[in-house]
Design a protein around this ligand. Sequence first.
Ligand code: 13P
Length: 251
Amino acid sequence: MRKKVIAGNWKMNLNLSDSIKLVSQIKNGLSENDNVDVIVCPPFTSLETVYTLVKDSPVKLGAQNVHFEKSGAFTGEISTEMLKSVGCEYAIVGHSERRTIFNESDETINKKNKAVLTDGLKLIFCVGETLDEREKGITQKVIETQIKGGLAGINENDLKNIIIAYEPVWAIGTGKTASPEQAQEIHKFIRSLIEKLYSASASNDLVIQYGGSVKPNNAVELLSQEDIDGALVGGACLDSASFLEIIKAAY
Ligand code: 13P
C-alpha cells in the first residue's frame, strides 16, 4: 500500500506573519493519521520560522525551488545545503510555472533533480501538458519526454526519494480540474513508464500526486483513483480549512 502524500505549494504568497498563522492552523487542525504525509512548501523567507513550528509535528517542510550548484556567484539562488540547514526535507522541481515563466528546460530540471537527490533531499518532480498539447493529442508524448529528461542518469535507488506530481498546466489555478478518469489515465501511464524505465517494484512503490485545482469538493474522487497517491495543492492550501479537508479526503 502506498502512503498518500498531500503537499501544499504556497507559491509566492504569504509574508512571515501570515505564514505563521497558516501553518499553526494546519498543525492544530490535523488529527493523528499514519496513512497520510503532509508537506507544506512556503516561500523561502518563511522556511526557517515555519520549520520551528512544525518540527515536532507530523508536518514536513519543502521548498518551492532550488539551484543545482552548491555555492558561488549565482545571485538570487538558493542551494540544497541552505535548504537543509533550515529544516527542509523536500524540494519541488519542474513546476510548470518554473518551466514557462522562468524558461527552465528538461536539462536544467534534470540538474536540479540530481542535486536534490545527491544532497539528501527528497524530490517532488512536476510534469504536465499544456491545453494546446492535450488538444493536439500529444499528452503522453509530452509527459514521457519530461520524465525521461528529468530523470536521465538517476538510478533506481533514488526513486524511493522521488514523488512525481502530474499537474496538467490547463488545470493549474483555472478552476478546471482534470476529471478523475483523465487524471487516472495519465497516472497509470506514468506508472507504466517508470516500470519500463526502472522496474515493476519501483513503479509500484512510486507516489504520484495530482495537482491542478484540487479543492475539498473534488479531492475525495481524485484521491480514490487507483494510481493517484496524493495531491499537490496550490490555491486551496492557503486556506487552512480547505487544506485540512483535502488532507482528510486522503485518510
Ligand atoms: P492550484 O491548486 O491553484 O490549481 O495550483 C496547483 C499547483 O500548481 C500546485 O503546484
